[in-house]
Design a binder for this molecule. Structure first.
Ligand SMILES: *Cc1c(COP(=O)(O)O)cnc(C)c1O
Length: 378
C-alpha cells in the first residue's frame, strides 16, 4: 500500500506531469515571469468557470483577504464580523488593518457562520462580514446576504477551501461560492482543491469599480505607471503558477468528484459508529470536501488521534485553537460573548486524509483503523 498522507500532490502531479512540464518550460522560454499571458489566460479561464466578471490574481489567499478589506475603504476601529472557527488568515488580516474582528459562532452541523449569531453581532460600526466556506461547503449565503443587505454591509467570502462549490438559492438559482458577496477570495496553496506548485491567490468580483480598486491596491496603489493614488501592496501571481493552475482548473470538477467519492466511502464506513458524526451535506450547497471532518462526540478525540498515529494513519485537527482564544488578539477588543459551540467543535473535530489519489485499499485501511479504535474502547 502507498504510504498514507493527508494530501498527495506528488501522485497527482504524476498524472499530469507531461502537460505541466511542457507548460512550465514554455513560460521559462518566454521569460514572461510576471504579468505574462499565462496569468491573464488563467484569470480569464477562472472567471469563465466561476461565471464572475472579474478575477484578479494575487500572491496568496491571505493577501487576497487583506486586499479585499483594503478595497472596502474601512476606517480604523470599524468592525468586521467573522467566525472564530476558521484558519487564522481570515481573522489576522482584520487586525492587521487596525479593524476590529468580531467573532461569531458557527452552526455545529455545517461548521460555517451562524446567521442568527451574525445578526445579533451587528452594531452601527459593523462594516464588513467575512463568512468562510469551511472544509469545502458553502455558508448559508442567502441568510447572510439578506442580513448584510438590510444593514448595508459588504460581504467578503473566504473561499480558500471551497473552490468549485455550488450554492443554491431558495428560488433554485445556483452560484459558485466566492461570487455572491461584494468580493470573493481564494488561495492556490498546494494542498487546496485548486493548488499551485507554490503560493498563489485570487479575488473575484462582479463590481467594475471594486475590480479596478483591487487591481490598483495589489499593484502598489498605482493608477498609471509611477502614479500611486492609494496605499497598496505588491501581490502578484507568477506566470509559472498560472500556467500550472490553468491545467489543473480543467480538472477541478473531476478532482472535486474524486474527493466526494472518498467522503462517500467514509460516510458509509462510519454510518453505524455511535461516537462519530459524519459531515452534514447541506441542502443549499454541494460539498467539495477540502477536508473530511468528523465530530467525535464521546470525548475521545485526542485518544483517537494518538491511536491513528500508532497505526501510521495521518489525521489533523482543524483547528485546535479558535480565533477568540489566540494570543494574537489579546491586545484587541474582539467579541465579548462566549463561543461555546466553537469551543466544543475545537474539542471534537478530527480530519482524515482526503485528496484525489486515495485508492480503495488505503480507504479501507484508514476507516478500519478508526473503527478498530471504537471497538477497543467498547
Ligand atoms: C488557506 C486558507 C487561507 C489562506 O491562504 P494562503 O494562500 O495560505 O495565504 C485563508 N483562509 C482559509 C479558510 C484557508 O483555508
Amino acid at each position: 500500500m502507498r504510504a498514507l498522507q493527508m494530501v498527495d500532490t506528488k501522485t497527482q502531479y504524476g498524472h499530469i506531469k507531461e502537460e505541466v512540464d511542457q507548460a512550465v518550460l514554455e513560460v521559462m522560454n518566454s521569460s514572461a515571469f510576471i504579468n505574462g499571458p499565462a496569468v491573464r489566460d488563467f484569470a480569464t479561464q477562472l472567471a469563465e468557470y466561476l461565471s464572475v466578471k472579474h478575477v484578479i490574481p494575487c500572491a496568496n489567499g491571505t493577501d487576497a483577504l487583506q486586499i479585499a478589506l483594503m478595497a472596502l475603504d474601512l476606517q480604523p476601529g470599524d468592525e468586521v464580523i467573522t467566525p472564530s472557527f476558521t484558519y487564522i488568515a481570515t481573522t489576522e488580516v482584520i487586525a492587521l488593518l487596525h479593524l476590529k474582528p468580531v467573532f461569531v459562532e458557527v452552526d455545529p452541523r455545517h461548521f460555517c457562520m451562524d446567521p442568527v449569531a451574525l445578526e445579533k453581532a451587528i452594531t452601527p460600526k459593523t462594516k464588513a462580514i467575512v463568512p468562510v466556506h469551511l472544509y469545502g461547503q458553502a455558508s448559508p449565503m442567502q441568510e447572510i446576504l439578506s442580513i448584510a443587505a438590510r444593514h448595508g454591509i459588504a460581504v467578503v467570502e473566504d473561499n480558500a477551501q471551497a473552490i468549485g462549490c455550488d450554492y443554491t438559492f431558495s428560488n433554485g438559482e445556483k452560484k459558485k461560492t466566492g461570487t455572491m458577496g461584494a468580493i470573493g477570495c481564494t488561495s492556490f496553496y498546494p494542498s487546496k482543491n485548486l493548488g499551485a506548485f507554490g503560493d498563489g491567490g485570487a479575488l473575484f468580483t462582479n463590481d467594475d469599480l471594486l475590480a479596478a480598486r483591487i487591481q490598483m491596491i495589489a499593484n502598489h496603489g498605482q493608477s498609471k505607471r509611477y502614479y500611486h493614488d492609494v496605499v497598496g501592496c505588491n501581490s502578484r501571481l507568477d506566470s509559472i503558477q498560472a500556467a500550472i493552475l490553468s491545467i489543473k482548473l480543467r480538472r477541478l470538477d473531476q478532482y472535486n468528484r474524486s474527493r466526494k467519492e472518498v467522503a462517500d466511502f467514509y460516510d458509509r464506513a462510519f454510518a453505524d459508529c455511535a461516537s462519530l458524526l459524519t459531515p452534514l451535506r447541506s441542502s443549499f450547497s454541494t460539498h467539495v470536501f477540502h477536508q473530511y471532518t468528523l465530530r467525535v462526540t464521546d470525548g475521545s478525540r485526542d485518544d483517537l488521534a494518538t491511536f491513528l498515529a500508532s497505526r501510521q494513519v495521518p489525521c489533523m485537527i482543524y483547528y485546535p485553537v479558535p480565533g477568540h482564544r489566540q494570543k494574537m488578539f489579546d491586545a484587541f477588543q474582539t467579541s465579548a460573548t462566549d463561543l461555546p459551540v466553537t469551543d466544543l467543535l475545537t474539542e471534537q473535530v478530527i480530519s482524515l486524509p482526503i485528496h484525489t489519489e486515495l485508492d480503495q485499499e488505503q480507504l479501507a485501511f484508514i476507516s478500519n483503523a478508526v473503527l478498530d479504535f471504537f471497538k477497543r474502547g467498547a
